[in-house]
Ligand binder design. Structure first.
Ligand SMILES: [Zn+2]
Length: 439
């Protein structure tokens, strides 16, 4: 996979606060006392939009409040790499969106987020004429969903990516390029920020800026990865902070919000929490979070175990093994960044959206699964969230791919990698007999 450059984005003014990240001080409690949780000095780091960049990974945990943060300083050029035109999470091609799969079918990320937000702030609480701003809105998928649900409200967005803003504008959305400071003096009734707080250098400053833009009875909804459960986003070099729900509540209180409520662990995105905040008075003596609630250390141990178990499994394969990977998204990128997977020859990747832009970066062809027979894979490696194991084992069987073995992560992650070394028909029977719980 090629590392990305910043060509074509000269002149982008990054917010001053982004330049000022200080890895030596906890932004939440001010303590300088911290322990190193994770250090990976290979010069290979994964970003949250599934790119591999030249950066070491270091995460430290505050000894006082338990907040985990990035332990390395950022050069201005690296920050631009993170937040400028290359930031592709919600951009890609127009209309291209992440889908979650469940027993009831596929659901677009934006639809899922809209439903989750409405579970927290019910439809009856949305007023006609209210002004709603989404910070970090990408190409505007969530804004479109909300506009469809509340045509009498006014929707606005901002994003740092020029590409994303252009796509959002093409949908007729009122979206501008920039950070919060570009909105100074404006007023909104509701500000939504999903997947933003973990990226900003100073989350408390960010929340205070959000508060400045709110009307007197204004509200905010913030959603981000949550460390009350083990989450592999600890391996993302562009997630500067790793919060528990308690850390978010504390930050919000200090910044001048009261928490109306929060939801944690959506069934399709278990490691996220969504917080509903009401403008209030800052609470300078808010109760410090319980430092032991963070599961970051456990996540690191679990996923390092998965990486090394994969290395062991790969070492046992023959040199002329024809390896195909099923799934070329986030889980694959995680494995490709931090295990030895990038050192083995992969004959093809299988992806339902084979022509996604990110798939052009891999040093192997990416094909749709129904074309996969042509590659004659002898081993298929499932590189997906374990909740999709059963689905993919069934599909491999239906497609008649006939590999010698399928390697997949156990749903009990600490068990590492399992192998189904059998014929496809036997595999199908096994999936049926166990209800998919092969682990
Ligand atoms: Zn702290």
């Amino acid at each position: 996979m090629t590392e990305q450059s910043n060509e074509g984005e000269a002149g982008l003014q990054l917010p001053e606060m982004i330049r000022s990240y200080d890895p030596l001080v906890c932004c939440l409690c001010g303590s300088r006392d911290a322990t190193t949780l994770l250090e990976c000095l290979t010069g290979r780091g994964m970003t949250s939009d599934s790119r591999i960049v030249r950066r070491n990974l270091k995460k430290v945990q505050c000894a006082r409040c338990g907040l985990v943060r990035d332990g390395l300083p950022f050069a201005a050029s690296e920050l631009e790499q993170h937040y400028s035109a290359n930031y592709t999470l919600n951009v890609a091609k127009s209309g291209e969106e992440h889908f979650f799969y469940s027993a009831s079918g596929a659901m677009a990320r934006s639809r899922l987020l809209r439903d989750w937000i409405l579970a927290l702030k019910p439809e009856t609480k949305w007023r006609a004429g209210m002004r709603v701003l989404e910070v970090g809105c990408g190409q505007g998928s969530l804004l479109s969903q909300l506009r469809g649900s509340f045509p009498s409200a006014h929707f606005y967005g901002i994003d740092l990516s020029a590409d994303a803003v252009a796509l959002a504008n093409a949908k007729g959305l009122n979206v501008r390029q920039g950070g919060l400071e570009t909105l100074a003096g404006e007023e909104y009734d509701l500000i939504i920020a999903f997947g933003v707080l973990e990226h900003v250098p100073n989350p408390q400053t960010f929340l205070a800026q959000v508060r400045e833009l709110l009307s007197d009875d204004g509200e905010a909804i913030v959603g981000q990865p949550m460390q009350n459960v083990p989450s592999y986003d600890i391996f993302f070099v562009d997630h500067l902070h790793h919060f528990t729900t308690d850390h978010v509540r504390f930050l919000a209180e200090r910044a001048g919000f009261a928490e109306i409520g929060h939801l944690a662990s959506h069934p399709s995105i278990l490691n996220f929490s969504l917080h509903h905040l009401r403008k209030s008075r800052p609470v300078p003596d808010a109760t410090l979070p319980n430092a032991s609630a963070s599961k970051c250390a456990q996540a690191i141990k679990t996923y390092r175990g998965i990486f090394s178990a994969l290395d062991d499994a790969l070492a046992k394969l023959e040199d002329d093994e024809r390896i195909a990977v099923f799934g070329t998204g986030e889980v694959f990128t995680l494995l490709y960044t931090y295990s030895n997977l990038y050192t083995v020859k992969i004959v093809c990747g299988l992806d339902d959206n084979a022509d996604r832009r990110v798939n052009h970066n891999w040093p192997f062809p990416v094909s749709s699964p129904d074309q996969a027979k042509a590659f004659g894979a002898s081993t298929i490696l499932l590189c997906v969230n374990t909740m999709y194991n059963q689905l993919l084992l069934s599909r491999i069987s239906e497609l008649g791919l006939n590999p010698l073995r399928v390697l997949y992560m156990s749903e009990k992650l600490e068990e590492g990698w399992l192998s189904a070394p059998m014929s496809v028909s036997a595999l199908a029977q096994m999936v049926e007999a166990t209800g998919g719980r092969l682990g």
